[in-house]
Design a protein around this ligand. Structure first.
Ligand code: OGA
Ligand code: NI
Length: 361
């Protein structure tokens, strides 16, 4: 009997975000209104450092070649991780129907009336559910987006209270999509282990169990896209993140050589980025890259981020073989659960949250 309660009590929770209005609802009521608390200054928008001409250089990796041990593709992968920290993956083997079902069900969910979506609103003590993430003060500038966040794997971590039931087939779509993405992530982590000079299975073993969280981002259109941001600049606290972009609306921008490079959606490709855990393990060789999302004047944009992370108890620090006599550890040992929860108590502010793991000289 007690085991049911225990299981419910043992599912992870995360530092909550302050409650703020649904942006989607605001735009529905008055598409012209852009309240003050969403408006960014010119410095934050950084429109002057436009690096869109570099878009076509964002690496593209063929996962079937990579997973089959193709040496050339592994070299491309290593270059993509070291020089860009971001790349698109094609030939990943995930059926288009699976990708489409996830997009359709999510669109349907966000089209529900607010009261329906609020049935799985983030509770006051957790960052999982429908709402907003990383809002920690009434003063901070808000992102022009709404979000749905949940732990998907391991399945015993799922919080049934915030899993969507109103939209027919949404649960199943999340499940199928996430199972496929887990396979893609495992293949990528094998190759990442190899370029990090380890056995194929080393990174997966280091995670103890691969934890997978899903964040569905909904970016309503904004009449003044040059004054707001869909998601503030940040790096991900994950080991790797896999992002699916919906449709042909470009929104994601990555920090590269001081400018912002848009990642143009390739139909059915997945966008992958190196997260903080990989940066720490490699003592800064493979950096987690800052990214942000801009909004669009007329089109809604959805994106689906799957974060692959270790169990809370796993301790992260630079691996021995990344430290030689002249490279001091840039990071100290941190418990992953502490690192992630600490970062959730801060607003998204570039890589400011990584400071807690940095060594001081
Ligand atoms: C995220 C993220 C980018 C996007 O959810 O962490 O960076 O394009 N999303 O939505
Ligand atoms: Ni991100």
């Amino acid at each position: 009997m007690g085991s049911i309660t225990e299981q419910v009590d043992n599912i992870p929770t995360y530092p909550p975000s302050l409650q703020v209005p649904s942006v989607q609802e605001m735009v529905l009521k008055d598409p012209l209104e852009v309240p003050e608390r969403y408006i960014r200054n010119e410095e934050e928008m950084q429109t002057k450092t436009d690096s869109s001409h570099l878009s076509s250089q964002v690496p593209v990796i063929d996962l079937s070649l990579l997973s089959n041990g193709d040496k050339e593709e592994l070299m491309k992968f290593e270059l993509a991780c070291e020089e860009w920290g971001f790349f698109q993956v094609v030939n990943h083997g995930v059926a288009i129907e699976v990708l489409q079902a996830m997009k359709d069900a999510s669109n349907e969910f966000f089209e529900l009336p607010l009261e329906e979506k609020n049935k799985i609103a983030m509770p006051p003590n957790d960052m999982q559910g429908y709402g907003h993430a990383y809002v920690v003060s009434e003063e901070q500038t808000l992102d022009w987006s709404d979000t749905l966040i949940m732990l998907v794997y391991p399945s015993r971590f799922r919080n049934a209270k915030i899993w969507p039931t109103e939209t027919k087939g949404f649960k199943e779509s999340i499940e199928t999509y996430s199972t496929e993405l887990k396979r893609v992530a495992e293949e990528l982590l094998c190759s990442l282990s190899l370029i990090m000079g380890m056995d194929k299975s080393a990174l997966l073993e280091l995670h103890k169990e691969l934890v997978q969280a899903l964040r569905v981002n909904y970016y309503p259109p904004c009449r003044t896209p040059d004054k707001v941001l869909g998601i503030s600049p940040h790096s991900d606290t994950s080991t790797i993140t896999i992002l699916m972009q919906d449709g042909d609306v470009t929104g994601l921008q990555i920090r590269h050589q001081g400018g912002w490079v848009p990642v143009k959606p390739i139909p059915n490709a997945l966008v992958v980025n190196v997260g903080d855990v990989t940066e720490i393990l490699s003592n800064g060789k493979y950096k987690s890259i800052e990214h942000r999302a801009v909004t669009n004047e007329s089109k809604i944009r959805l994106s689906f981020a799957s974060f692959f992370i270790p169990l809370d108890e796993v301790e992260i620090e630079p691996l021995n073989h990344f430290l030689d006599s002249d490279s001091l550890p840039m990071y100290k040992k941190v418990k992953y659960g502490d690192y992630m929860r600490q970062s959730m108590k801060m607003k998204h502010d570039g890589k400011a949250h990584t400071r807690m793991a940095k060594t001081e000289f």
